[in-house]
Design a protein around this ligand. Sequence first.
Ligand SMILES: Nc1nc2c(ncn2[C@@H]2O[C@H](COP(=O)(O)OP(=O)(O)OP(=O)(O)O)[C@@H](O)[C@H]2O)c(=O)[nH]1
Ligand SMILES: [Mg+2]
Length: 455
Amino acid sequence: MLVDTIVAISTPIGEGAIGIIRMSGPEAFHIIDQIFVSPTHTPLKNRVLTYGHIIEDHQVIDEVMVVKMHAPSTYTCEDVVEINCHGGIIPLREILSRIQRKGARMAERGEFTQRAFLNGRIDLTQAESVMDLISAKTKKGFDIALNQLEGHLSKRVKQARMDMMALMAFIEVGIDYPEEDIEDISYEEISDRLSQVEVFLSGLLENAENGRILREGLKTAIVGKPNVGKSSLMNALLKDARAIVTEIAGTTRDLIEEFMNIGGIPIKLVDTAGIRDTEDVVEKIGVERSKIAFNEADLIIFMLNAAEALSEEDLLIMDLVKDKHAIVIVNKTDLEQKIDYSKIEMLLHDKRIIRTSIERDTGISDVEKAISEMVLTQQVGVSENEIISNSRHIHLLEAALKNVKDAKKATQTRLPYDFIEVDIKDAILNLGKITGESVESDLLNSIFSNFCLGK
Ligand SMILES: Nc1nc2c(ncn2[C@@H]2O[C@H](COP(=O)(O)OP(=O)(O)OP(=O)(O)O)[C@@H](O)[C@H]2O)c(=O)[nH]1
Ligand SMILES: [Mg+2]
């Protein structure tokens, strides 16, 4: 395959002290030699940063530091050149177009990482973790991505795949040489081996939900009837007057979403319109959206007003909250108390109840603590290097697990070996898709197109 030379600006666009242009491919060294001159005319050495100028028609375009790195010990496994120039958009564009005129092509999104994958330096889970590292929202999410970049997940998935391949080989012997005197693998033995893989895969998946939360944020919806102080809580948690607060019931009409970080856990906080029966067209749509947010949330913060007796509306929402992960907040404790606490405790007996006065700034830190505890207590015994956060991986692991279960079912009903083999083959295929050992080029393109330019 003929490989071309690609180039891109690898630093974010904007004004910075330096900007970096990266070039990779067989022509990279040839191109830089044509456009770069050091004052002492020393040639570029492998992995040595060299000062000089990018020139065109004997004119200096920019003052730069250049490094060249010989294949294969580079990010892409190809010859790579990096140019550190001034950070403004003008020098970067000028140098970029100069390089393009010398024959390099603009890189596609993620193409440097794609080459690292195609050249066998990293597998697919590692390539994907590069993107996760760049976009990690918290330290924990970053740690998981880093772990994945080091290949921990791949190792485990590869192990499961090898086990399945070994099993397949055993079964094939039985199918291909039935007359030979090789001892057949028994249904029991097949079933045993499948069980081992089943346990292994379920174990990996068990932590997947935590991984998703650490990566995408715990979806937390603040719900309650109008005017209890939902938007006030949103603002207090964000420490910012993000949502409009008024004494008029029905102030919030649309969902308001913001990211925040509580104890290293990314939280996607959603303020909703107060849930009630209403004739107002706009508010009605808002209430519908609140219900959708309610259903999609990982965690519900259910708010009540301490200064009012429990109403029909409160009881209706309470009924929905019962079966969800939820924290109950009784707000406005600074006012005269009319709410019946024992009734709340009875109806929501397994829920944490926190009393707050957002007006007086009391109880807010208890809310934060309760949120992080909800996440962390679900994580007991989870070792972080096994957390799977990528939804593509989760999906494929689930598919492989189903294949293994189907194969097991087939052994239990004593179906012919061919039938069992079909499921095992599918499991091998699905596991291979995680690491990129069996993968279609469409999928590759779609994965790498999510990258930023220059990576
Ligand atoms: N006394 C007292 N008033 C509060 C407290 N928290 C909020 N309020 C007031 O209650 C009113 C309603 O607050 P919001 O935060 O807009 O209530 P909401 O639940 O978002 O209301 P909707 O958006 O209409 O559903 C405002 O006037 C707030 O200032 C509190 O702890 N004590
Ligand atoms: Mg509101």
